[in-house]
Write a protein that binds this ligand. Structure first.
Ligand code: FES
Length: 105
């Protein structure tokens, strides 16, 4: 079943940074890239299950896990640097007014 869930207020997100949120029990990291980009990924690194929201955004719309340095493409969730080899789940995310809405399936 597809659900659209409000996870944050857009006005409270940093211009560039990572924000941990939760939607229906799913831990999600929102990534704002400073140039209007907004992405939502599962907040769990595919390498060893640590939280990605403790990491940082890199240029080129990538996120780096702070624990062992794996990197993922923010848009696709694809692993682009070891030690991760599996992708991270991504979610459709959009802003409606001040609501940040994530689609869960
Ligand atoms: S838990 Fe993320 S790189 Fe190891």
């Amino acid at each position: 079943m597809v659900r659209v869930v409000k996870v944050a207020a857009a006005s409270e997100l940093p211009d560039r940074g990572l924000t941990a949120v939760e939607a229906d029990g799913e831990k999600i990291v929102l990534a704002t890239t400073g140039d209007g980009g907004l992405y939502a990924l599962q907040d769990r690194c595919s390498h060893a299950d640590f939280t990605l929201s403790d990491g940082q955004i890199l240029d080129g719309d990538r996120i780096e896990c702070q624990y062992h340095g794996a990197k993922f493409d923010l848009k696709s969730g694809r692993a682009v640097a070891l030690p991760a080899i599996r992708p991270v789940k991504t979610y459709d995310v959009r802003v409606d007014g001040d609501d940040v809405l994530v689609t869960l399936e």
